[in-house]
Design a protein around this ligand. Structure first.
Ligand code: CP
Ligand code: NVA
Length: 306
């Protein structure tokens, strides 16, 4: 049976830890990746812009021996109203796997249902599982198994990345505090999924509207843009998010050796100050680099089992 990766829970906790640990072993050269994509063609079907996800996947596919095709919706018959299910069935006859970045999670689920080849979520309005798989690796790389003991704070908009943090907290058994403003919280479906996973993994997820409470004594503070791709400019929302800006004052409540993470792209002056961004830039760009390392192992994992 094909293995899709639409949400983080498509991996069970043991599989998710396997991917994270193998990413460390392969990145550090102790283990070799299997060229599982030799002779295979993978499509990237993107309806939104991307720098990191697109490039890291294209390079990952190449390094695993495969070939990638970048497809934009506007150039496919999809843009003229061809059914999602017909597009999925057609591509499955030519292509060995599809990596999709789309505005609608429901669209992606429909696409995956009709595709007979593995489908990977490269970001939707609801979730960004490749980002979080890689981010947990970045923390594992820094903290080892201690990653389960540290306090991680997500501060900002309750968006796709925030939703996926909740699932990651549950799946990996982390200690996660999430601070979002009233009315801009994460999706309750993802919260429940994270909480359910915590029952198995011993993770803790705590939601608050108070950014200081989330950041107090935190080892890691994570943020993302206040307006995601596809969001209209919304002054009311931007005002509500102002107290959640990751700046020196907010970070003064965290541990002195706190690390700051950002999935990028960043809107400096909104969710993070330029000063804080530059102070933690080395870690933030290691986080970006790790997308490549984690996705290679994810591709290997999915294609060895599909
Ligand atoms: N973090 C991330 O997914 O970046 P891109 O939008 O550049 O792919
Ligand atoms: N929340 C952001 C993440 C970008 C990687 C967006 O959807 O635009």
């Amino acid at each position: 049976m094909k293995r899709d990766f639409i949400d983080l829970w498509n991996l069970d906790p043991e599989e998710a830890w396997y991917v994270v640990r193998r990413t460390k072993d392969t990145k550090e050269g102790r283990e070799e990746l299997n060229p599982v994509l030799e002779g295979k063609n993978l499509a990237l079907l993107f309806t939104k812009p991307s720098t990191r996800t697109r490039v890291s996947f294209e390079v990952a596919i190449d390094q695993l021996g495969g070939n990638s095709l970048f497809l934009q919706e506007g150039q496919l018959q999809l843009s003229r109203g061809e059914d999602v299910k017909d597009t999925a069935r057609t591509l499955s006859r030519y292509i060995n796997g599809v990596i999709v970045r789309n505005h609608s999670h429901t669209w992606l689920e429909e696409f995956a249902k009709w595709a007979s080849v593995p489908v990977i979520n490269a970001l939707t309005d609801k979730s960004h599982p490749c980002q979080l798989l890689s981010d947990v690796f970045t923390l594992y790389e820094r903290f080892g198994d201690g990653v389960k003991e540290i306090k991680i704070a997500y501060v900002g908009d309750g968006n796709n990345v925030c939703n996926t943090w909740l699932v990651a907290g549950g799946l990996f058994g982390l200690n996660l505090f999430v601070a979002t403003p009233e009315g801009y919280g994460p999706d309750s479906y993802y919260l429940q999924a994270g909480l359910d996973l915590c029952n198995f993994t011993g993770g803790n997820i705590y939601l608050t509207v108070n950014p200081v409470e989330a950041v107090r004594d935190a080892d890691v503070v994570y943020t993302d843009v206040w307006l995601s791709m596809g969001d209209d400019r919304d002054e009311e929302k931007l005002n509500a998010l102002k107290p959640y800006q990751v700046n020196e004052e907010l970070l003064s409540h965290a541990k002195s050796e706190v690390l700051v993470m950002h999935c990028l792209p960043a809107k400096k002056g909104e969710e993070i100050t330029e000063e804080v961004f530059e102070k933690y830039a080395d870690f933030i760009f290691t986080q970006a680099e790790n997308r490549l390392h984690a996705q290679k192992v994810l591709l290997e994992f999915l294609f060895e089992r599909s």
